[in-house]
Unconditional design. Structure first.
Length: 133
């Protein structure tokens, strides 16, 4: 029994999967290059002034002593009144720098709680004071 003759079809290479992979890689490189060259703002040439001075931010010191008592600029204050006391010292159009002096014996949870209260103040930056060894 003889099998029927099949027509001779020349061998072919299917390149469709290869094209899919090339386009996927091309898409990846295009997207990654967009994120690398993204600028965060507009480039602006600012005017110069010879008589101007930089305004330092207002500074407020919040202290937590070893017992856990709070003080704002050396005036005792409770945790509930902390945010209002710092807001009272803030000027409307000036950035506020809050320096947190916490004794190293203070409970970590209390320091985090104070920091959480201070972060709610709009326009304020928080710094933690340390000593050099």
């Amino acid at each position: 029994m003889r099998l029927p003759d099949e027509p001779d079809i020349p061998p072919q290479i299917n390149i469709v999967p290869m094209i899919d992979v090339v386009f996927a890689i091309l898409t990846f490189f295009i997207m990654s290059s967009l994120f690398l060259s993204r600028s965060e703002g507009l480039s602006v040439n600012l005017p110069s002034a010879s008589s101007g001075k930089t305004q330092p931010p207002a500074s407020v010191t919040v202290t937590i002593d070893q017992v856990g008592q709070l003080a704002v600029n050396r005036e005792s204050v409770g945790l509930e009144a902390l945010e209002a006391a710092v807001q009272k010292l803030r000027k409307p159009d000036q950035e506020l720098l809050i320096v947190l002096n916490a004794d190293k014996g203070v409970n970590h949870g209390q320091v985090v709680e104070v920091m959480d209260k201070l972060r709610r103040i709009e326009g304020a930056k928080l710094a933690i004071a340390t000593q050099k060894p």
